[in-house]
Design a protein around this ligand. Structure first.
Ligand code: GRF
Length: 198
C-alpha cells in the first residue's frame, strides 16, 4: 500500500486482511512522508512500514525507482494507493499495469483531482460518492471497479460530506481488493466486469 497521510483507508484494509475478508497478505506500507499517520497504523498492525522520502533522492525518477524496487523485492501482486499524494510517472503505471488501484472521494468522472468533496459542494450536486479505480496515466481516469453513492445534505459542510464518503470508502476499497485477490476483476477496455464466484 502507498499512502501519504492519515491512513484510514489503509487501516480499513489492514483490518479486512486480519479478519480474513481479504484472502491475501499485506506486504508493506510505503509512505513518502515521515509524519504520515499511516506509519503508526502499520506498526500497530505488525505490517512492515517504510518511509521512502523524496528529499533523500536526486529527483522524482530516482525516488520512484526506489519505491518500485521496494515493492518488487517484496513480490507484491497488487499496489493500492490510498491518499498517496504524488503523481506517478507513466513508467510506474506501466510497471504495475492492471494491478494498481486507487480510491477517490467522488463519483468519477466527476470531480477528479484535489478537494473532490469541495468541488462537489460548490457544483451543487445532490449525490456524491467514492470510486475505486484502476490507475492509468491520467489523473483519476482509469477504469472504474466499484462505486458507492452518498446523498449530499443541503447544509453539508466539506468535513461532514467527506466523513460520509469516507465511510463508503472504507467499505468499497476492501471489497475491491477482495475481488482482485479472488481473481474476479476482468478489464475489458474501459469497462470492468466482476466475475461471479464459481
Ligand atoms: C481519501 O479521501 C481518499 O479517497 C483520497 O485521500 C483520502 C485519504 O484518506 N484519495 P486516508 O489517508 O485513507 O484516511
Amino acid at each position: 500500500m502507498l499512502a501519504s497521510g492519515r491512513g484510514s483507508n489503509f487501516q480499513a484494509i489492514a483490518r479486512a486482511v486480519e479478519s480474513g475478508f481479504i484472502p491475501a497478505t499485506l506486504a508493506a506500507l510505503v509512505t513518502d512522508r515521515a509524519d504520515a499517520g499511516a506509519l503508526a497504523i502499520a506498526r500497530a498492525h505488525g505490517i512492515e512500514a517504510l518511509c521512502i522520502d523524496p528529499h533523500d533522492h536526486w529527483g522524482p525518477e530516482a525516488h520512484e525507482a526506489q519505491v518500485i524496487a521496494a515493492l518488487d523485492e517484496r513480490g507484491v501482486e497488487l499496489v493500492c494507493l490510498a491518499g498517496y499524494m504524488r503523481l506517478l510517472s507513466g513508467a510506474f503505471v506501466k510497471h504495475f499495469e492492471g494491478r494498481l488501484l486507487n480510491i477517490h472521494p467522488s463519483l468519477l468522472p466527476a470531480f477528479p483531482g484535489l478537494h473532490a468533496q469541495r468541488q462537489a459542494l460548490r457544483y451543487g450536486v445532490k449525490v456524491a460518492g467514492a470510486t475505486v479505480h484502476l490507475v492509468d496515466e491520467g489523473v483519476d481516469t482509469g477504469p472504474v471497479v466499484l462505486q458507492a453513492a452518498v446523498p449530499v445534505g443541503e447544509d453539508d459542510t466539506e468535513e461532514a460530506l467527506a466523513e460520509r464518503i469516507l465511510a463508503e470508502e472504507h467499505r468499497i476499497y476492501p471489497e475491491a481488493i477482495r475481488l482482485f485477490a479472488e481473481g474476479r476483476i476482468v478489464v475489458e477496455g474501459r469497462r470492468v466486469r466482476i466475475r461471479e464466484t464459481a
